[in-house]
Design a protein around this ligand. Structure first.
Ligand code: SAH
Length: 472
C-alpha cells in the first residue's frame, strides 16, 4: 500500500475522532476521513503507518442508511464537528457502543446494552449500559464560542474556526452549534477593525492586534459577554468607545471586556482582563441554581445537557439529607451545589484557585451554606480531609479531566470506603481503567452506567457511573 493509492472499502466502525474505520480484504485497517459507519466508499491513501493506514474519502459508492446531509457548509473542513453526516440517533447509539467497548476491553467489565449477561471468563461485574441521553434538538446548544480573527487566502479580514488539525482560519462565524447572535457580534467587531484599520493577529510572525473573540451567552438568562483578546495594550484598540456603543445595541449585552495576551502561545486568554462596559461576569442558571461566569471561568458548554448530567449524578448519589459528600474535581462548584441541596454537608476540591473562588461566591449566591471548598489536587487533599472525623464521606463524587483519577486517589477512596461512589467521566477509556481498579478490590459493585451526550455532532461522550459498596 502506498500514498495516493486509490482503494474501495466498507466502513464498519468509527474512531474517537469521527473517522470511518474499515478493513481491506488483505486485512489492512484504514481510518477514512469523512466516511461513516455503513458506507462503501472510494478513498485515497494519505498516510501509510506500520499497522494501519489513513485515507480520505473521495466518493460514497453506496451510502450508509444512517448517512444524512451535513447542515453546515463547512462541516468537513472545520475541526469542530465530526458527526454531522451521521444521523443523530446513530450518534447516540455509537457513543453507547463506545462506552460498552471500553468497559469490556480496558475494564474487563461485562458491560452490555441488552439484558445483563452472566459473568464469564475474564469479564466480571455484569452491568447494563443505558441508552445515551440525547437532546431533543441537537443544534445551537453551545453557550461559548471562541472565534480566531485573522486573514484568509485573499488577505481579507475574517473571523471563524480552525480547520481540523491546523490553524488555518475558515471564515464562518455562524456555527450551527452556537447561538445565531455570534454572527452579529463578529460582524460588528470586524467592521470596526476595518473602519479603524486595526490589524488582526498573525500567529506565525507574532504581529498584529486582535487574536480572538470569546463570546458567551447565558442560555437561560439571555445575557451576552464579549471579550476581545488582543496582542498589545488597551489603547491600541482605537476608538473602543465606538465599538462598545455598537455592541451595546445587542439586547442582553451585559459584559464587554478586553483581554491582554501578548505571549507567543496558542493559549487563548492572557492574565489581564480590562472591563470596557457593564459587569465583569454574566449569570446563568442550571436547574434552580445561579452561577456567575467570567471570561476565565470553566462552565459546561451545553447547558441543556448539563442539567440532565447533574440530575443523573444526583440521582445516583441517592441522598436523603443526612449524608456527608465529597465532590472531587469540583470546578466552580456546580455539582457540589446541586448535591448540597440534598446533603448534610458537601466538601468540594479543585486544583485551580480561581475556580474555588468562584465556587465560594456561587455557594453564597445560592445560600448553600453547608459547603466547604478547598484548593489542591484531589489526590493530595483527600488524605488531609480523611484526618477530619466529621468529614468522613458517605458518598464521593469524582468528575476528573480526561486523564482520569490518580492512583493515589483510588487507593484513598478504597480506605475511606464510602457507601457510594459516583464517577462522572469525559473519557470512557480512563473511566474503564479506574473502575477496574476500584472493582478489583472486591469492595464495590458497578450498578449503573449512563452515557450522556454533552457534545452532539462531536465524538466525545460523558458517562455517569454508580458504584455501591458490597455489604460485608
Ligand atoms: N465538576 C465540574 C468540573 C469538571 S472538569 C463541572 O462539572 O463543572 C474537571 C476539573 O478538574 C477541572 O476544573 C480541573 O481544573 C480540575 N482538576 C484537574 N486535575 C485535578 C486534580 N488533580 N485535582 C483536583 N482537580 C483537578
Amino acid at each position: 500500500m502506498n500514498k495516493n493509492d486509490i482503494i474501495e472499502i466498507a466502513i464498519t466502525d468509527m474512531g474517537d475522532d469521527g473517522e470511518g474505520i474499515g478493513k481491506t480484504r488483505d486485512g489492512v485497517v484504514f481510518f477514512v476521513k469523512d466516511a461513516i459507519v455503513g458506507d462503501f466508499v472510494r478513498a485515497v491513501v494519505t498516510k501509510v503507518m506500520k499497522n494501519f493506514c489513513y485515507a480520505k474519502m473521495l466518493e460514497v459508492l453506496k451510502p450508509s442508511p444512517d448517512r444524512v446531509s451535513a447542515r453546515c457548509a463547512v462541516a468537513r473542513a472545520c475541526g469542530g464537528c465530526q458527526f454531522q453526516e451521521l444521523d443523530y440517533a446513530s450518534q447516540l447509539r455509537l457513543k453507547r457502543e463506545k462506552v460498552i467497548r471500553k468497559l469490556r476491553h480496558i475494564g474487563h467489565i461485562a458491560a452490555c446494552g441488552d439484558e445483563p449477561e452472566e459473568a464469564s471468563g475474564a469479564l466480571k461485574n455484569p452491568v447494563y449500559v443505558a441508552p445515551t441521553i440525547g437532546m431533543d434538538s441537537p443544534w445551537r446548544y453551545r453557550n461559548k464560542t471562541q472565534l480566531p480573527v485573522g486573514y484568509d487566502r485573499e488577505n481579507k479580514l475574517v473571523a471563524g474556526f480552525y480547520a481540523g488539525r491546523t490553524h488555518a482560519i475558515i471564515a464562518h462565524e455562524d456555527c450551527l452549534l452556537a447561538d445565531e447572535g455570534n454572527t452579529q457580534i463578529a460582524n460588528i467587531v470586524l467592521s470596526h477593525m476595518e473602519r479603524c484599520r486595526i490589524s488582526a493577529y498573525d500567529e506565525i510572525s507574532h504581529t498584529g492586534l486582535v487574536r480572538h473573540l470569546l463570546i458567551r451567552k447565558g442560555y437561560f438568562t439571555g445575557q451576552w459577554m464579549v471579550c476581545i483578546v488582543i496582542n498589545g495594550r488597551a489603547k491600541d484598540l482605537v476608538r473602543a468607545d465606538e465599538l462598545v456603543a455598537a455592541l451595546r445595541e445587542i439586547p442582553g449585552m451585559t459584559s464587554i471586556s478586553l483581554n491582554i495576551n501578548t505571549k507567543n502561545t496558542n493559549v487563548i486568554l492572557g492574565q489581564e482582563t480590562i472591563l470596557l462596559f457593564g459587569s465583569p461576569y454574566i449569570e446563568d442558571t442550571i436547574g434552580n441554581l445561579r452561577f456567575r461566569i467570567g471570561p476565565h471561568s470553566f462552565f459546561q458548554v451545553n447547558p441543556v445537557q448539563t442539567e440532565k448530567l447533574y440530575a443523573c449524578a444526583l440521582d445516583f448519589a441517592g441522598l436523603t439529607g443526612s449524608e456527608v459528600v465529597w465532590d472531587l474535581y469540583c470546578g466552580i462548584g456546580t455539582i457540589s451545589l446541586f448535591l448540597a441541596q440534598k446533603a448534610k454537608k458537601v466538601y468540594g476540591v479543585e486544583i485551580v484557585p480561581q475556580a474555588i473562588e468562584n465556587a465560594r461566591d456561587n455557594a453564597l449566591l445560592n445560600s448553600c451554606l453547608n459547603t466547604e471548598f478547598m484548593v489542591g489536587s484531589a489526590e493530595d487533599v483527600a488524605p488531609l480531609l480523611q484526618k477530619r472525623p466529621e468529614a468522613a464521606p458517605d458518598v464521593i463524587v469524582v468528575d476528573p479531566p480526561r486523564k482520569g483519577c490518580d492512583e493515589k486517589l483510588i487507593a484513598t477512596m478504597l480506605v475511606l470506603a464510602p457507601k457510594r461512589i459516583v464517577y462522572v467521566s469525559c473519557d470512557p477509556a480512563t473511566l474503564a481503567r479506574d473502575l477496574a481498579a476500584l472493582l478489583d478490590s472486591g469492595e464495590y459493585r458497578l450498578e449503573k452506567v449512563q452515557p450522556v451526550d454533552m457534545f452532539p455532532m462531536a465524538g466525545h461522550v460523558e458517562t455517569v457511573c454508580l458504584l455501591e459498596r458490597v455489604a460485608n
